[in-house]
Design a protein around this ligand. Sequence first.
Ligand code: NAP
Length: 185
Amino acid sequence: MAQGHALVIGGTGMLSEVTVWLNKKGYFVSVIGRRNERYHQLMEKVESPENISSILVDYHKTEELRQSLIEAIENRGSFDRVVAWVHSSAPDVIPALLKLQEQYHKKQEFELFHVKSSTGYFKQETPELPANCTYYEIFLGFKQYSGHSRWLTHEEISEGVKDSIHHGRPQTIVGQIEPWEQRPH
Ligand SMILES: NC(=O)c1ccc[n+]([C@@H]2O[C@H](COP(=O)([O-])OP(=O)(O)OC[C@H]3O[C@@H](n4cnc5c(N)ncnc54)[C@H](OP(=O)(O)O)[C@@H]3O)[C@@H](O)[C@H]2O)c1
């Protein structure tokens, strides 16, 4: 019996290790992505394949996304924990998800770990949150070593997200964002 239902939006890409980790921690994990091959690659890494399910949908298609989420909720219950990496081209994804959670999540609290790019750090935008949502922001920065800078690896990103979940900090910066002018070009 899984200990809760987690949703990882973009969980077949750079957040694959987060999906694997949540599965190992005993969550039933629903994973959003478009490509089945990426989902199958992920399946090879998980400890409990019976506790994972794919939601194959293009999240720009909001109504399709909504229907897929409702199906996942009806099968496994509403989401106790959400980790979301959504491209800025799809601003309706988080509001649509939160609306469904408001409607279906009758349990006490749920957590939203919102993974954002460095530009999100400067925008300081927060979605409208239902009262029972605890919100965490994770900003992806860059790494700098003796005058050289580079963007984060997938491993560093996943480790940063796991660390944020583990410590429950309201805001986490993975790597660094300042001084911004020293970011990789
Ligand atoms: N500050 C930083 O260092 C930083 C910040 C951001 C990104 N990055 C890097 O930039 C690279 C590119 O980022 P990325 O987001 O393209 O990589 P990604 O994490 O490999 O892919 C995005 C994830 O979201 C899913 N996805 C993408 N578009 C979707 C859609 N329209 N509908 C549903 N699911 C969708 C993908 O699955 P499908 O492809 O199957 O749809 C995948 O699971 C990454 O490799 C990362 O290292 C670095």
